[in-house]
Design a protein around this ligand. Structure first.
Ligand SMILES: [Fe+2]
Ligand SMILES: [Fe+2]
Length: 338
């Protein structure tokens, strides 16, 4: 693959490393019981050809806080936090009950349906707390952050700067690559059941994951949702999420085409026991020369703005799988090159 002209644009998600299977004592300090059982987290800088995006895909079954003592936190870019279920026959099913805080006020929101939370640049968000997991398979959670280099300023009052730096040093000494640039905020915010508030200042940032515009998804998903910039409080993003089980082409007549903004297609499997399993064999043509690429494991198809490509051709399906289409503009535009 790598000898081909476009091989660098088709990358297994596992290239980013798979974490969570076995957690070191240092990582356990940072990752609470509610955090991912297993996760991949490719970022623009290291894995996605410099695109201004980082993306996580993980499976979750644990209860409780995700980063005890660390949250809330904020970033220098906006991000979407997306909770989805693992039942490909029902896109409105999550399989758990979540709590999420937004703002310095720690305004608390709870939900038990697939949901996207928009955290604008600089807005403190979290803790995330898993209250219940009702699907024995658990659920999945993804981050779509609009920055190539993951960074966080942690504002929780549970871990001080000295302890945090020690944790990071130890992790690095033990060979763990820490891709996120972290700092500790000057102002600390104490999270507890008594410090949360119950207003609705940030209610517009918490949205059920359904398609308000009722736009059909890309190609032939069984079920999908698509949210645009206008649905996402005006950030430079539109994304779709869907479950797929049918072989065949996604081509709706556009043939070879390109998009005027950067785009990434994330193909993910739905088996929490094996994050490296996709369940389908997928083919895509790249470039005017239609260079063929075929993959059958969870993969990112990276399409920098203007990259000519063909529609996805699903060669075979063993088990339903999921796809995130991530497009770094408020609208989705396709330009045919016939
Ligand atoms: Fe965040
Ligand atoms: Fe496309």
């Amino acid at each position: 693959m790598s000898t081909q002209k476009y091989g660098h644009l088709i990358k297994p998600l596992s290239n980013a490393g798979i974490s969570g299977r076995e957690r070191s004592p240092e990582a356990k300090k940072f990752m609470g019981p509610g955090n991912a059982d297993v996760i991949v987290w490719p970022n623009g800088r290291d894995h996605l050809e410099g695109l201004a995006v980082n993306f996580s895909w993980g499976f979750y079954t644990g209860l409780g806080e995700w980063h005890p003592g660390m949250d809330p936190h904020m970033h220098t870019y906006p991000e979407c936090l997306i909770y989805v279920g693992l039942d490909p026959s029902n896109i409105e099913y999550l399989g758990g009950e979540m709590q999420y805080c937004l703002g310095r006020e720690l305004e608390v929101y709870t939900f038990d349906k697939p949901t996207v939370i928009i955290a604008p640049k600089g807005l403190p968000h979290c803790p995330a707390i898993t209250k219940k997991v009702t699907d024995p398979k658990g659920y999945s959670f993804s981050i779509i952050s609009l920055g190539a280099e993951p960074n966080s300023t942690w504002m929780g009052d549970g871990i001080d700067e000295e302890e945090f730096n020690k944790m990071q040093e130890l992790a690095e000494k033990n060979g763990m690559k820490v891709p996120m640039k972290s700092s500790i905020g000057k102002k600390r915010i104490k999270y507890s059941e008594d410090t949360v508030t119950h207003g609705n200042k940030y209610a517009r940032y918490v949205k059920p994951l359904k398609s308000p515009s009722n736009t059909p998804g890309p190609g032939n998903p069984d079920q999908s949702v698509w949210l645009f910039g206008r649905d996402l409080e005006g950030i430079d993003l539109n994304f779709s999420w869907g479950y797929y089980s049918k072989p065949g082409s996604w081509d709706k007549g556009e043939g070879l085409h390109y998009h005027p903004v950067d785009e990434v297609l994330m193909f993910v499997g739905l088996d929490p026991k094996d994050i490296e399993y996709l369940g389908a064999e997928i083919e895509i043509d790249m470039g005017m020369e239609k260079e063929k690429h075929v993959f059958n494991t969870p993969t990112s198809v990276i399409l920098p703005a203007g990259t000519v490509h063909g529609s996805i051709n699903v060669k075979s399906v063993e088990k339903p799988y999921g796809v995130y289409l991530i497009s770094l503009g408020p609208e989705h535009t396709t330009i045919s090159v016939k």
